[in-house]
Ligand binder design. Structure first.
Ligand SMILES: [Zn+2]
Length: 379
């Protein structure tokens, strides 16, 4: 066993000039499969030896406190930390280091082994580790780590949720981190809700990311529903300028006319007039749908009216005939309670529409707009 890695590259690296990968591949094409497998094995062993050399040097730099003085942009912080820890452990694990040098332990096996092995179990792990898959070793390493009360406190102290609005993009962005138990609870609830968001009959499943986003909004909607103050009711501000042109915004974010149409029955609307000088006069907000009509529809529709859907929470009132299609009447035959995910697939946001008489419990059908021209007879 030599004490330094020795490069076994043949002619490829001897030639001066720029490295040519394609030429190297061509040169290897005439070799037998067996000899190519030897090349792969040799290359891995060399990498492994150079890795040990890197660790040995890292160990010395670590002692000199010369690591991280200049952050190395070519290596991730996580890799740098792992290497430092492996180098520290390996000093007292000579058998494991020797097994790695001989190619009996790979880099992927070495890292978790150095977490579980002690100088007393060095020889045992050098032997046992070679037959264990990296993923099993990682599991062992995780189990060996003891989480102290201080660790738990640090996890809790690192919790946060932040969100920020981008009115330019019309989106609200967020980022969050939660400690162990809390994070798992949130994850499980979102997964469970997403799993239950089955598509209507004959429709494809939406992506998991979309369904989780809907689940997240549903949680907020449910909270908003049980707060009786009505403070979470969406307020649409309709701004009309001196030329009579109008735009709508919600909390300062401009929204599409279609969004306004969909939200109107459930929202407060505040009208604002912008005069020539840019001065804004705002009127008192009012609800679009008369309270008695709203109450009637909510009492009638105890669950979502999309056929087959039994969702009862967070129902929103949907205008079966969009306002742009002269459907702005407050006729309860044209108003249906629907769950938030289904509200999104209905016109004007989505391609589906509910047709029929909403007053009849069996009276509504879900149809695709392409199968049902608005002016034609109902199917
Ligand atoms: Zn529904």
């Amino acid at each position: 066993m030599s004490s330094q890695p020795v490069s076994t590259f043949d002619q490829a690296s001897e030639d001066a000039g720029e490295y040519d990968f394609g030429a190297r591949v061509d040169a290897l094409r005439c070799r037998s499969t067996k000899s190519l497998r030897t090349v792969v094995a040799d290359a891995r062993r060399e990498q492994q030896r150079w890795y040990l050399e890197e660790l040995a040097a890292t160990r010395v730099l670590d002692d000199r406190q010369a690591l991280d003085v200049v952050p190395d942009s070519t290596v991730s912080a996580r890799t740098a930390k792992t290497n430092r820890e492996v180098a520290r452990s390996l000093e007292s694990l000579p058998k494991i280091a020797a097994a790695a040098w001989d190619g009996d332990l790979t880099k992927d096996q070495l890292q978790p082994i150095t977490e579980v092995a002690t100088s007393a179990t060095d020889a045992e792990w050098a032997e046992r580790g070679r037959s264990m898959a990296p993923v099993d070793l990682q599991r062992q390493a995780r189990a060996a780590r003891t989480v102290t009360a201080a660790d738990a406190e640090a996890r809790r102290a690192a919790r946060y949720v932040t969100s920020w609005r981008d009115s330019e993009q019309g989106m609200v962005f967020g980022r969050w981190a939660l400690p162990d138990v809390d994070g798992i609870l949130v994850e499980k609830v979102l997964d469970h809700m997403a799993e239950r968001m089955r598509p209507a009959k004959g429709m494809p499943w939406d992506s998991l990311a979309h369904r989780k986003a809907d689940a997240f909004v549903e949680l907020a909607t449910n909270y908003a529903d049980v707060e009786p103050t009505g403070r979470f009711r969406v307020e649409i501000v309709q701004i009309t300028d001196h030329r009579g042109e109008s735009v709508c915004e919600i909390a300062g974010i401009p929204v599409a006319g279609e969004t306004v149409t969909a939200l109107r029955p459930n929202a407060k609307v505040r009208e604002a007039v912008l005069d020539r000088s840019g001065t804004r006069t705002t009127r008192r907000p009012r609800t679009d749908l008369p309270t008695d009509v709203d109450r009637h529809v909510r009492r009638r529709d105890r669950h979502c009216r999309v056929p087959g859907c039994e969702a009862t929470r967070g129902l929103q009132i949907h205008h079966c005939r969009p306002v742009c299609d002269h459907g702005d009447s407050h006729d309860p035959t044209e108003l249906a309670g629907v769950c938030p995910p289904h509200h999104h697939i209905l016109e004007p946001h989505g391609p589906y529409r509910l047709v029929g008489d909403a007053e009849d419990p069996e009276g509504l059908k879900l149809v695709h707009r392409d199968d049902c021209p608005r002016d034609g007879p109902a199917p």
